[in-house]
Ligand binder design. Sequence first.
Ligand code: UDP
Length: 250
Amino acid sequence: MAEEGPSEDRSPYQRVVLKISGEGFSHAGERGIAMDAVLHMARQTMRAAQLGPQIAIVLGGGNILRGAQFTVGTTAIHEATAHYMGMLATVMNGLALQDALESLGADTRLLTAVRMEGVAEPYIRRRARRHLEKGRIVLLAGGTGSPFVTTDTAAAQRALELGADILLKATRVDGVYSDDPEKNPHAVLYSQLGYEDFRRRNLRVMDHEAITKCAQYNLPVMVFNFKKEGNIERAVRGERVGTLISRNAG
Ligand code: UDP
């Protein structure tokens, strides 16, 4: 007898944007790039791609540098400069993930919002869509190309302009909690939330500017833990692996 529910081997989505936080590129509590961690993300992404959807990945950079870390205790660096450094960090992660994916046989393209022709293609929306249509895994580095925002906002922006069905945010916690689960053991994990609930309760994990963008265009967001083996595939298969933030949830 046929099983009910989402198909085991197909994704219900045509196109997804996957945001991978910088923490996915290093070991817990460490900084920099650990290639075994990158390969772990690459293997999961490959299996997710085999489920059929077009995949664009927006790269975080927090494993190397976040602009905000320079805003306290120093006046020697302008905050905007620090944010540009953060954007460059995402390019390094992109280069690492691209090689990891290609070592597994994937066809990829790395596009960056900060122009650096010798390293990666410039981000051009139509070009990104074309690569996706050809079945390439598209890696999007450099955030939005502008300072003072995070790569979550870049992910929301790209998901909207590329016409993704869902924004999948892979992070180091299981989803959206009522409080920081790494500090408060009583924090409650939500399985679903409305955009308004997320904003009103001032919840963290995903930045509010990004959620506001998604709410405006009714783009669902799934926040889940990348460390759990197979979670990226599950999310791509349409399973509820973390917290779903959408208009009707909550
Ligand atoms: N950043 C930026 N503009 C963008 C995206 C990122 O200025 O459009 C900078 C910002 O300083 C940010 C850093 O790049 O802190 C690294 O990105 P993020 O902190 O979002 O990485 P993640 O938390 O996902 O690892």
